[in-house]
Design a protein around this ligand. Structure first.
Ligand SMILES: [Zn+2]
Ligand SMILES: [Zn+2]
Length: 346
């Protein structure tokens, strides 16, 4: 089979490798679709792999083609998506059901081989069944959907709230839809690309704001904003998130930044005077593993209430993956979810 392996930053190679051998508690999956995550981009281009020769890919779906000897609840032919975290289940965070905060975890596509390959071996505890009416492409997007749900729950989004989503990548576009499903009265979407704002509108955003053209804190100055989910990771947007937050609002930082953040004097003043809650959000897991974020996302997708199709911007063959990262690096494409489809003819 072929696999996309990451060596030093920027050096991705498609290589011929052995099909993985499964252990008694694992299944072998034929990978049907795998997404490029925002976190894969710095991993592939800047930070490098956890070990040289790592196979990337943690957002994926597939069909079970082989089951380990201990497997009872799964069979060949089952259609599944996979929670990429393998928690230790022994540390205090795991015992409290906060698996995202596990002290000693494994992770498909980051700490162990992922799904940018024709096959992957996966522990049975990470499998979730895909109902027949969820496509494999949608199945590969349950991970970003569950991240969006986790972020909204970290902000205690409640029915009747006015919610703002900043950053309209896949997680942001899912958050716009889930906020509406959770009963938000009004959903406002902010980004710097008109293409993404148009998709947010199509997916149910009531107000769209291009923050390159208008200042969100001016446009929204007369509205009580109850919750802000910041998914871009941009320090400018993180500051704006506080500047637009209303009284006792909840601001959630979800987008990975790795940069310093300076809050403006106005933002600090507002944080205090409005008694704003500022929360972090990390990953998508809760108790029982992998969590309600995952089952809720699958349920709403199966009910046809969440659109995944409009979030996919590009589809590529496995062999094209290194070239795709090159295009991202050179800013040659404006993209949302990029899917790699390993079954496509080479
Ligand atoms: Zn991801
Ligand atoms: Zn743990």
């Amino acid at each position: 089979m072929k696999a996309v392996k990451l060596y030093e930053p920027g050096n991705l190679k498609v290589e011929e490798v052995e099909i993985p051998t499964i252990k008694e508690d694992e299944v072998l999956l034929k990978v049907k679709a795998v997404g490029i995550c925002g976190s894969d981009i710095p991993r592939a281009l800047v930070k490098g792999a956890y070990y040289e020769g790592l196979t990337l890919g943690h957002e994926f779906s597939g069909e079970i083609v082989e089951c380990g000897t201990d497997i009872k609840d799964w069979k060949i032919g089952d259609r599944v998506t996979v929670a990429p975290l393998v928690p230790c289940r022994e540390c205090n965070s795991c015992k409290e059901g906060r698996f995202s905060l596990c002290a000693s975890y494994n992770y498909y596509g980051s700490r162990t081989d992922g799904a940018m390959a024709h096959y992957i071996k996966v522990n049975h505890q990470n499998l979730l069944k895909l109902p027949d009416n969820i496509s494999y492409e949608a199945g590969a997007m349950v991970d970003p959907a569950a991240n969006a749900v986790h972020g909204l729950w970290r902000g205690n989004l409640a029915a009747g709230d006015t919610a703002v989503v900043i950053g309209l990548g896949a997680i942001g576009l899912f958050a716009v839809q889930f906020a509406r499903e959770m009963g938000a009265d009004k959903v406002i979407a902010i980004d710097i690309f008109d293409e993404k704002l148009e998709i947010a509108k199509e997916l149910g955003a009531d107000v769209i704001i291009n923050s390159m053209q208008e200042k969100p804190e001016e446009v929204l100055s007369n509205l009580q904003i109850d919750m802000v989910l910041e998914t871009s990771g941009s320090p400018i947007a993180q500051n704006q998130a506080v500047l637009i937050a209303g009284k006792v609002a909840r601001v959630v930082y979800l987008g990975i930044s790795n940069r310093e953040l300076t809050l403006s004097a106005n933002a600090v003043n507002r944080l205090m005077r409005n008694e704003i809650h500022l929360n972090g959000s990390w990953n998508s897991f809760s108790n029982p593993f992998p969590g309600k974020e995952w089952t809720y996302s699958i349920q709403l997708m199966a009910e046809g209430r969440i659109n995944t199709h409009s979030i996919v911007s590009h589809r590529y063959k496995l062999s094209e993956t290194p070239n795709v990262f090159e295009k991202i690096k050179n800013k040659e494409i404006v993209f949302n979810k990029i899917l790699i489809l390993p079954e496509r003819e080479e």
